[in-house]
Design a protein around this ligand. Structure first.
Ligand SMILES: [Zn+2]
Length: 480
């Protein structure tokens, strides 16, 4: 029997507000001591009152609009009750039946390169929990610094049919969040995370199979591996005549598998009820339209525009615009040059390679600037720098951010493109290689390469293209 996977993602992203969701505590808790960014409100003391963060609501509405959601005029916060040490109140303030937004979509590149539209059920707002650590036998520690950080949840429809589609969708959502500047996209620190609901069914069936929820995936690679693993696991059970248990499973990187964590709760297990300490959210159409008007140009539109404006291949433009920082670097570099093609080649080639090698994001690098990259490209185009030398220069520039000309001079990589300097060396090489010259004259054009090699041996900084040109001229002159 042929099987089909059905996948939906729940993506959680911390919002980049200055203060927490319902209190004035600072959100800048990274690298600080545990429990130093906590007040009575986020620590869940009795008798305190939450106040909703205006900026968090604005960021969520903005994201929802970018994901083509509609924003109802009326929404509210609800209490989601559960008991866990990292949740001091004993409930999380979230949104249940009347979320801030609903019914959106995101277009992605599906399997076989075909465009696919993934439905977005809702984008809502809630608060993050604290963090428990289990450092030794018999005790645990809890840090409430993360408690109450504004957390946006983006819930998709079960529209994805493969792990690769899920990965593409997640990458696309991350790109949207980075374009909007509402989340830092950092998955390794859990600022952006995703859970996957996975089930399988016979191809052609329209009923849904029993799903499991897969957690703990903190990279795009892990999302792909974990979902692939889970699909295979479920198919194996069903083909052996077994049943899938509705449960939450955690991805374990070390063993490359998912393990059962707990049986999955249904929403009624949480005893949701309206948060009595917060008024409902009433968003005026003028407020929503005001936010819509500030939406930046997003990746797909920017890709089309850059492709037109700078004569790029569509595929290159799409790749460049995946990250806003990369797109900015490209656009500002290309604007300084006659054509965008070279800038695209460098950014997708050397720049991307170094970024990947260092395991960082384009947003995090601070050394490569449009002026520097444009200067480097101009030197190559002017024949002052060979492509190989330019790569060496770029590598150093990426690490140090020094002035390009200074790097070229310090490293002595300037290419000699001066005919008067090259001519005597070329003549010497012609005299020293009579066989190659004879071959070349007989029409074996590749014999010229041997003479170019001889010149380059004599002067490593010679411009090889110019040397070739010069040799042809000199040999032709001898002939006549
Ligand atoms: Zn607080």
């Amino acid at each position: 029997m042929a099987w089909e996977a059905v996948i939906g993602l729940e993506i959680h992203g911390q919002l980049l507000t200055k203060s927490k969701m319902f209190c004035g505590c600072s959100t800048a808790y990274a690298d600080t001591a545990p429990n130093t960014h906590v007040c009575q409100v986020c620590a869940g003391m009795p008798g305190v009152l939450p106040v909703a963060n205006r900026e968090a609501i604005r960021s969520t509405v903005m994201t929802a609009l970018a994901l083509h959601c509609s924003i109802p005029a009326f929404s509210k916060f609800d209490r989601k009750n559960y008991f866990y040490p990292d949740l001091p109140k004993g409930y999380q303030i979230s949104q249940f039946d009347l979320p801030l937004s609903r019914d959106g979509y995101l277009d992605i590149q599906g399997d076989n390169g075909k465009p696919r539209r993934i439905g977005i059920t809702r984008v809502h707002l809630e608060e993050d929990t604290g963090k428990s650590t289990h450092p030794g036998e018999g005790y645990s520690l809890v840090d409430y610094n993360r408690c109450g950080i504004p957390l946006m949840e983006i819930v998709s429809e079960p529209d994805m049919r493969s792990a690769e589609e899920a990965r593409q969708y997640f990458m696309q959502v991350r790109s949207v969040l980075l374009y909007l500047g509402v989340n830092n996209g950092d998955m390794s620190k859990g600022c952006l995370r995703c859970d996957a609901n996975v089930s399988v069914r016979p191809v052609g069936s329209s009923t849904l199979g029993v799903k499991t929820e897969v957690k703990n995936m903190n990279s795009f690679r892990a999302v792909k591996l974990a979902i692939d693993y889970e699909i295979a696991r479920q198919i194996e059970i069903l083909e052996a005549g077994g049943r899938i248990a509705q449960e939450t499973r955690g991805w374990v990187e070390a063993t490359r598998g998912t393990v059962s964590q707990r049986s999955k709760e249904d929403s009624h297990d949480y005893r949701y009820f309206p948060e009595p300490d917060l008024p409902p959210l009433v968003l005026e159409p003028a407020y929503v339209e005001g936010i819509r008007a500030t939406l930046p140009e997003m990746a797909p539109e920017r890709a089309s525009r850059l492709a037109r404006q700078f004569d790029l291949h569509e595929v290159d433009a799409l790749q460049i615009t995946t990250s806003r920082a990369t797109a900015d670097l490209f656009e500002n570099t290309a604007a300084l040059l006659a054509s965008g093609r070279e800038a695209a080649k460098w950014i997708l080639g050397e720049f991307q390679r170094l970024i990947n090698d260092h395991g960082i994001e384009a947003e995090e690098q601070t050394t490569v600037r449009p002026q520097g990259l444009a200067a480097l490209i101009r030197m190559v185009e002017a024949g002052q720098l060979s492509t190989t030398a330019a790569k060496t220069v770029f590598d150093r520039y990426f690490h140090s951010g020094e002035d390009i000309t200074a790097i070229v001079n310090t490293m002595g990589l300037q290419q000699v493109s001066d005919r008067e300097t090259l001519e005597p060396i070329a003549l010497r090489a012609i005299a020293a290689n009579p066989n190659a010259v004879a071959d070349y004259k007989r029409g074996k054009t590749q014999a010229l390469g041997r003479i170019v090699g001889a010149v380059m041996k004599d002067m490593r900084s010679a411009n090889p293209a110019l040397v070739g040109e010069l040799l042809r001229e000199l040999i032709d002159r001898q002939e006549s």
